[in-house]
Design a binder for this molecule. Structure first.
Ligand code: DC
Length: 220
């Protein structure tokens, strides 16, 4: 079987991963996989079921029984389905954002997510974005990037994005959330956010979306 094209894009919240990955997927006709959305969808299910967010065993079991699917339409609009229900908007609420770190540090959950992500990348040419794609999920990926930007810039981007989705958010709260998620993503024991040694580092602080896209496409 011919090797699939896989682009791995990691980085902290607000570094531009999602926006850039979606455009690249569309231009190069690749499947786009937002792995953060998968952790968010499972967090939402856990919250709805009223399960203690630190109950690793139950949440691991739920992860194994849950169906999470992402689709992208012709216009580049991504939808996230949790057991067939469209939860694209609900997974972006501040409550889910605050709780996702508990679910994301459960070993059984990460194993399940990585399994699903590898399965997808094996079947289709794809761009996967997240925190551990180049380091843990697909360390052999031929194209790896680590996007980063100054904290203030990342917070402002996320603020505008959520406002654009009609959410009533405050910049200060977004800043606090980004700081706390950076800390838990980078310091957790399992699959912490870090640049893979062979990933290309791109500081997007002063770059436009198009400049980042061009940079990645030219290297791929
Ligand atoms: O990309 P995002 O902000 O939607 O991701 C939400 C959270 O999910 C993030 O704070 C950490 C977790 N995550 C993870 O642990 N591993 C991934 N590959 C992607 C996301």
């Amino acid at each position: 079987m011919k090797e699939k094209i896989v682009i791995a894009i990691d980085g902290p919240a607000g570094s531009g991963k999602s926006t850039v990955s979606k455009i690249i997927a569309k231009r190069l006709d690749l499947l786009y996989l937002d792995t953060g959305a998968m952790y968010r969808a499972l967090t939402l299910k856990t919250m709805r079921l009223g399960i203690d967010l630190e109950d690793a065993d139950r949440i691991t079991k739920i992860a194994r029984e849950t169906n999470i699917k992402l689709t992208m339409d012709k216009g580049g609009e991504v939808s996230v389905f949790l057991d067939e229900e469209n939860v694209s908007k609900e997974i972006r609420t501040p409550a889910v954002t605050k709780n996702v770190k508990y679910v994301a540090c459960i070993p059984g959950v990460r194993r399940r997510m990585a399994e699903m992500q590898r399965g997808i990348a094996k079947k289709q040419n794809s761009v996967l974005e997240g925190r551990d794609i180049g380091t843990v999920v697909l360390p052999q990926a031929p194209f790896k990037f680590y996007l980063d930007a100054k904290e203030d810039v990342r917070s402002t981007r996320r603020f505008k994005e959520l406002k654009g989705m009609g959410m009533d958010v405050k910049l200060d709260e977004i800043k606090n959330d980004i700081q706390s998620r950076d800390a838990s993503d980078m310091n957790r024991e399992l699959a912490p956010l870090k640049k893979a040694p062979d990933a290309i580092y791109i500081d997007t602080t002063n770059l436009s979306i198009e400049e980042v896209v061009e940079k990645i496409i030219s290297l791929v």
